[in-house]
Design a protein. Structure first.
Length: 292
């Protein structure tokens, strides 16, 4: 898609889609048709369904310029979610940019477990804590389905908290979700919680080079690695869990593909009972922790 003079060919939606599919295939970009269609939807301000009814629609010069910018960014391996400024998680739309990690489908396993647990206490208002909240996707998704939850969300990065607050407000949860700047490595909230969720940085620095370019080049490093062996935040949680967890409470933590046994051992050595939930790929993904 070259920069065109006013006398050159006028591009329609259908022609752009056909061109984009072939171009992204040649550049080895995942899901080429979905990618170009979502870019077009963003540029034109329409849904994908509406896009299919407007195949003959010509693109204006400023629309082509914006689309060209999107394409150039994507072939440089910038994640599509950052380009569009949004990501879908547990059926909800979240604003995302390079301040925060892009929500992963695997984390929906944790959210599902949290919602199930909260619904066993439907008549009780539950105080909940989310550690390292990032975009706020975990507490917001749970709050959307478990109306009995009130959340405190902590993160050591104010820029992340600012974006999480935008997401909470956009979903109407500003009154139920509070955000606080706090370094969990060194301090903890002073009260106890019925539910604690945590999806911490769990990649060891030595593994960063093995990640896809989209991840290691664009997503915030502080949200990926603990600058240790990947287990630092689990050790910290195991150390302070008795101070944070209420009597019949639950802790849910996401873990890396090879970490579940180590995390289970940490918490069971600290006197807790654990169980593990696998993701759709069969990998042990979420560790559930309760008092014995």
């Amino acid at each position: 898609m070259r920069k065109a003079s006013t006398s050159e060919h006028i591009w329609t939606v259908l022609e752009i889609i056909r061109w984009g599919v072939e171009y992204f295939k040649a550049k080895d970009i995942d899901s080429p048709r979905l990618t170009i269609e979502l870019m077009l939807c963003s540029v034109l301000g329409v849904s994908r369904i509406s896009l299919y009814t407007q195949f003959d629609r010509p693109l204006l010069r400023d629309e082509l310029d914006q689309l060209r910018s999107f394409v150039e960014r994507r072939v440089k391996r910038e994640p599509l979610q950052y380009i569009l400024g949004e990501a879908f998680f547990f059926g909800l739309k979240f604003s995302v940019d390079r301040r925060v990690l892009i929500p992963r489908p695997e984390t929906e396993i944790l959210v599902d477990r949290a919602i199930r647990w909260c619904k066993t206490y439907e008549s009780t208002e539950l105080k909940c804590l989310d550690v390292g909240t990032g975009s706020g996707c975990i507490p917001i998704a749970v709050a959307h389905h478990a109306l009995n939850t009130q959340w405190l969300c902590i993160d050591d990065d104010q820029a992340s908290l600012d974006l999480a607050a935008v997401n909470a407000e956009s979903h109407g949860f500003s009154s139920r979700i509070q955000f606080r700047l706090m370094n969990f490595r060194e301090e903890i909230p002073g009260n106890k919680f019925g539910l604690i969720t945590m999806n911490p940085p769990y990649i060891a620095p030595t593994e960063i080079t093995n990640l896809e370019d989209e991840v290691k080049m664009y997503e915030p490093l502080r949200a990926l690695t603990d600058d240790s062996d990947g287990l630092h935040f689990y050790r910290r949680m195991a150390d302070v869990a008795n101070d944070l967890l209420s009597k019949n409470g639950m802790i849910l933590v996401e873990v890396g593909y090879n970490q579940s046994s180590s995390v289970v051992e940490l918490f069971e050595d600290s006197g807790f009972s654990t169980s593990v939930v696998a993701d759709l790929s069969g990998l042990q993904r979420v560790v559930c922790i309760e008092r014995r």
